[in-house]
Ligand binder design. Structure first.
Ligand code: NAP
Length: 310
């Protein structure tokens, strides 16, 4: 087992916009900080096509924005540790972050910024055809479906934005949503409605995904009249929300009813020294901008706590 006895001041779990901002503020305040990430730095932003609501940049590619955030933190020499976190424990005021590769990281404070995982539809064919036409990442896989008919599922900002993005490649995008109203801003909704390549299939849910080796067809059921329709699409992109990634802190009893980490205005949980930010928390709004704001607040709070215990 690879063990280090070094004790960092702040361990940040998750290198999305929130975690990277916390690292930026913490490192600039000269706190001894480490950032831990399981996947690519940038979190979900990396998988986002175009971001049009980040102040100061009219439209930016998610990958570019994430790279800029990450590179900025790296110029401050913050150690970046790769690995999935299995458990965070606390003993004698020191946290131990256990990673799935055997590494243990010790710190005085922990900031959780792990975000959320894509929610699955839970229908037949979804798991079996994952990577074979079922994709949760339009940016990664959209270009594979040039001039094809494809489907997006969901009625939130993600589904709408990604449906619009996919019209760059696909000849037709069916947008399947379980009711008439959308959870997005009017500007985006109007863009979707005005796009001739997008056909709205409302009051409808996906019943089954068929295909031998690749997605060949999706069966959609109208929830009002129970009629089913078969769509001969080559791909399906579910964007139906998210599940917070919190399994490694569940034993601290800091989760709300929906599984999000409960924090106060300073981003503290009820466990001393354990803070949380961004999409994984019980916040009112899950945006890049709000995660970034949370990161700054949490880092500043962490600095104040460190000052008080020195
Ligand atoms: P969301 O806002 O929670 O929307 C999920 C959508 O999926 C809803 O329309 C919901 O329908 C539908 N849905 C949920 N479960 C379903 C099921 N089992 N079957 C069929 N449909 C289902 O999720 P999101 O769009 O992924 O967005 C997550 C958060 O990220 C939001 O706060 C959003 O604002 C934010 N976001 C931010 C940016 C940005 O900062 N640029 C970009 C994208 C997303 P109902 O509406 O009927 O519940």
């Amino acid at each position: 087992m690879n063990k280090t006895e070094k004790i960092y001041e702040i361990a940040i779990i998750g290198a999305g916009p929130g975690g990277l901002t916390a690292a930026l503020y913490a490192a600039r305040a000269e706190a001894d900080t480490v950032i831990i990430e399981k996947g690519a730095p940038g979190g979900k932003v990396v998988k986002t096509s175009i971001i049009e609501n980040y102040p100061g940049v009219e439209a930016v590619d998610g990958f570019d924005l994430a790279s800029k955030m990450f590179n900025q933190v790296m110029t401050l020499n913050v150690p970046f540790v790769g690995g999935g976190v299995e458990k965070v424990s606390k003993n004698n005021d020191i946290f131990t972050v256990q990673l799935d590769n055997g590494t243990e990281i010790k710190s005085k404070l922990v900031i959780v910024a792990t975000g959320t995982l894509e929610r699955k539809i839970g229908v037949d064919g979804e798991d079996r055809l994952y990577g074979k036409g079922v994709s949760y990442c339009a940016v990664c896989d959209g270009a594979l479906y040039k001039d094809q008919e494809i489907m997006v599922v969901g009625g939130g900002l993600s589904a709408l934005e990604e449906a619009l993005y996919l019209t760059k490649f696909a000849k037709k995008v069916y947008l399947v949503h379980r009711r008439q109203g959308f959870r997005a801003d009017d500007k985006t909704i109007n863009k979707v409605k005005a796009n001739s390549k997008i056909e709205l299939i409302l009051d409808a849910v996906v019943d089954k995904i068929n295909g031998k080796d690749l997605v060949e067809e999706v069966i959609v059921k109208n929830i009002k009249n129970h009629k089913t329709t078969n769509f001969a699409v080559k791909a399906i992109f579910p964007y139906i929300g998210a599940i917070p990634i919190t399994d490694f802190v569940e034993h601290f009893n800091v989760l709300d009813k929906e599984g999000y980490i409960e924090v106060d205005l300073k981003k503290q949980t009820k466990v001393d020294g354990l803070l949380a930010i961004g999409d994984v928390t019980n916040t009112q709004l899950r945006q890049i901008t709000t995660a970034v704001g949370d990161g700054a607040v949490a880092a500043q709070r962490a600095i104040n706590i460190l000052d008080s215990i020195d």
